[in-house]
Design a protein around this ligand. Structure first.
Ligand code: GUN
Length: 281
């Protein structure tokens, strides 16, 4: 079997076209959607991510600002920048790119963002509401993965879903979204014994570990949907994910490529969250 590719660029284009027209309608009413992105330090990957986020905002007709600070910015100063953006009526969404330098308490920073502007969905009130009810915002990457499953009309209800990776940004919220959609969910982490015994049971396999080639073809159930959230470099410096794409595409039913899979969807869902924040306002 050769897997069908779930193209994150194509799906993003469709969703972004709709976001763009909603943004135009809001702007016409005098309320252009606005996103503020904060980057502290000079992590090269983070620099690329924030540049892509700001560019996507501009392409959709949003107002967007990028605030860059040196790695030695104090926590107190960062909190006061967030407070200023919380009060700014032109800003509907605030995103602080992670990771932050070690001297800054990331949890404290995330909790300082007004929950109604927390377009990353990381604030404790949004994370809690994801578990118990309707959050204001769903974290962008797992939300994008759910949209990819929707795009292939995959019957998530009753499916066995296995999430490899248990981060606050992807793994844990991904598991909650799949559970809410009716899947039977297993979350694996770096201590999991015999990872393959779990992954081979997956109808839906979401891998978000940052470890190249962690999942090989023998660990995939024939016909499964394999969603690769990884973003790594191979020996030649080319972008690659967490799964052995070339071999797994001969086993899986569907697969997401890297690049061009989940990556663009993360940014797209940030735009969706920001437009929703602006519309609520
Ligand atoms: N670092 C890696 N992924 C993300 C994300 O989705 N949002 C933020 N703010 N930082 C990240």
């Amino acid at each position: 079997m050769t897997a069908q590719i779930i193209n994150g660029n194509e799906l993003s284009q469709q969703i972004r076209a709709e976001v763009k027209s909603r943004a135009a309608a809001l702007t016409e009413k005098g309320s252009q959607p606005g996103l503020a992105v904060i980057l502290v330090g000079d992590n090269p990957a983070s620099q690329v991510y924030v540049r892509n986020k700001v560019k996507a905002c501009e392409d959709c007709g949003f107002y967007s600002i990028l605030e860059k600070y040196d790695a030695d910015l104090s926590e107190e100063a960062l909190l006061s920048h967030i407070d200023r953006l919380n009060q700014d009526p032109k800003i509907h969404g605030i995103l602080v790119q992670l990771p932050l330098p070690a001297h800054i308490n990331a949890n404290k920073v995330i909790e300082a963002i007004a929950a109604e502007k927390d377009v990353d969905g990381f604030h404790i009130s949004n994370a809690g509401a994801l578990m118990t009810g309707q959050p204001l915002f769903r974290p962008c990457t797992p939300y994008g993965v759910m949209k990819m499953l929707e795009s292939i009309q995959y019957p998530v209800r009753g499916a066995n879903a296995v999430v490899v990776g248990a981060s606050n940004i992807v793994g844990k919220p991904q598991a909650m979204l799949l559970l809410q959609a009716g899947a039977t969910v297993t979350i694996c982490n770096s201590k999991t014994r015999d990872l393959g015994a779990h992954t081979r049971n997956a109808d839906i396999l979401v891998v978000a570990t940052g470890k190249r080639n962690l999942v090989t073809a023998d660990m995939v159930k024939p016909g499964a949907v394999v969603i690769d959230v990884g973003m790594n470099r191979d020996d030649e410096g080319k972008l690659c994910g967490d799964v052995d794409y070339a071999a797994i595409k001969e086993v899986a039913g569907y697969i997401t490529p890297v690049p061009g899979g989940v990556g663009p969807m993360t940014i797209t869902m940030l735009l969706v969250n920001t437009i929703e924040a602006a519309e609520r306002n």
